[in-house]
Design a protein around this ligand. Structure first.
Ligand code: PHE
Length: 462
């Protein structure tokens, strides 16, 4: 990252943006959340719907965010103010801040668990434990009112500190080296997992779809997760796009980041599900899935001690590079819109988010009876941010590019670093103008049971 003549920082190399955007995209979403929700919603059918959403909705919206960022050279709010002055489009930014706030509060809790698992790994805590013992150790840890808070706050402090020191330099340098190492470890885990006795059932669960098992809620979660995993819908990639120079080929960047993110999620699934079936673990058990599964795998492989320490360190770093990109959205809002100094903004945002995170963490234990619609506070935040706010933000971003920004500006902006073939542009415009917004809208109506509600109203049996 270098300072540009205009005073705005820029990525130093072509790889810089890819590394930073991939660093944001690849995180707990791929390795913790993807396997756990795939388990909850029944496996392969969920995976295929998720992949369809990634291609038809995620990829075009990623390109849209990068275009908005580079064209405006502003943060997520300033961007809309600059490109469409005096219009309500800038409210897209408000969804972004709200989403960032909620996401980071529960993200920090899970990242804290990952730090705890570095400690467990170093102490070799699971040495010759049964799968049941590993599972109850996890339960015991997350329901404890003190331990998880310590690690969650530690994670938030690290995230805040990096944002104060200066984000991009760090991200660019570390993501380049560490993400490939993470990839290699996951591949080694995959090899061990698929050679476990009984692994076939796990692979079938992950790749052999039974669409009759898929609920509308599952489809809504697949949509929400496409946004969550690619870091879309709240302006993260608008901000990163604003640091790219004119020669970057945005189309290639969007394709590469989407591909890398999806690859890591699928490889994580291949590491988890064969092991889940081999060790007789319940695939739909929820948030603890990777934490109760992977220690069993590490114990069954040569060098398992070292791999488990390394894995949880890298998982924590992957969570950090994502956490930073989420915190940036809130900090940018505080500094540029509310005119608070950057340092104060960061301290304020980090503290408020950490506080909300504390309630989230406690909702796993002492506050677990407080449920709304059958979900505890942690799941509520996850649902509202990933399944509602991000897709709504994404829908407006697509509509903005399709209907306000328009085809000619897209063509001009993308042409800087590459050539946009005619058919590609036509498909892209079709996706952002119609397909993505309409699909998001329909999934919403169905997933939230709004259609059923309306039918019930009209048929008079409510
Ligand atoms: N994409 C990140 C992950 O998969 C999480 C994230 C969501 C980051 C939204 C930024 C914006 O872990």
């Amino acid at each position: 990252m270098i300072k540009h003549r205009t005073g705005r920082a820029q990525f130093t190399s072509k790889f810089g943006l890819i590394a930073a955007a991939a660093g944001s995209a690849i995180g707990l979403g791929n390795i913790w959340k993807f396997p756990y929700i795939t388990g909850v919603y029944g496996g392969a059918a969920f995976l295929f719907v998720y992949l369809a959403f990634i291609l038809a909705i995620g990829l075009p919206i990623m390109l849209s965010e990068l275009i908005i960022g580079r064209k405006s050279r502003r943060n997520a709010f300033g961007a809309f103010k600059k490109l469409a002055p005096e219009t309500p489009w800038r409210f897209i930014g408000s969804f972004g801040v709200a989403a960032a706030f909620l996401i980071l509060s529960f993200y920090g809790v899970v990242a804290g668990w990952s730090i705890k698992y570095i400690v467990f790994s170093i102490n070799n805590s699971f040495h010759s434990s049964s799968p049941e013992a590993i599972s109850s150790a996890f339960e015991k840890f997350i329901t404890n009112p003190v331990g998880p808070l310590f690690y969650q706050i530690l994670f938030m402090l690290m995230t805040g500190a990096i944002v104060i020191i200066g984000v991009q330099k760090g991200i660019e340098r570390y993501s380049k080296v560490l993400m490939p190492i993470l990839l290699i470890i996951i591949i080694i885990l995959d090899i061990r997992a698929v050679t476990l006795p009984g692994a076939g059932d796990g692979l079938r669960f992950l790749f052999h779809p039974d669409f009759s098992k898929l609920s509308f809620e599952g489809v809504l979660s697949a949509l929400g997760h496409a946004f969550f995993s690619l870091s879309l819908g709240m302006g993260t990639l608008i901000t990163y796009g604003s640091y790219v120079n004119k020669h970057n080929n945005l189309v290639n960047t969007a394709i590469q980041v989407t591909f890398a993110d999806t690859l890591i999620a699928i490889l994580a699934g291949i590491a988890i599900f064969p092991a889940v079936f081999a060790f007789n673990i319940e695939p739909g058990q929820g948030v603890g899935l990777i934490f109760v599964t992977l220690p069993n795998v590490f114990m069954q492989m040569p060098g398992g001690y070292l791999f488990s320490v390394l894995f949880f360190i890298l998982l924590t770093i992957a969570a950090l590079t994502s956490g930073i990109s989420i915190l940036e959205v809130v900090v940018a809002y505080f500094t540029e819109e509310l005119k608070i100094k950057r340092r104060t903004s960061t301290i304020l945002a980090t503290s408020l988010i950490a506080l909300l995170g504390i309630i989230c963490s406690l909702s796993m234990g002492i506050f677990s009876e407080y449920e709304i619609f059958g979900l505890n506070f942690f799941d509520q935040l996850d649902f509202i941010s990933a399944n509602l706010l991000l897709p709504i933000g994404g829908m407006f971003i697509a509509l903005f590019i399709g209907w306000s920004f328009g085809k000619f500006k897209v063509m001009r902006e993308v042409a800087h670093g590459g050539r946009l073939r005619g058919w590609f542009l036509r498909i892209f415009m079709l996706l952002v103008k119609f397909v993505a917004p309409i699909a998001i809208f329909i999934v919403f109506l169905q997933g939230l049971n709004i259609l059923d509600f309306i039918f019930a109203l009209f048929s008079g049996n409510h």
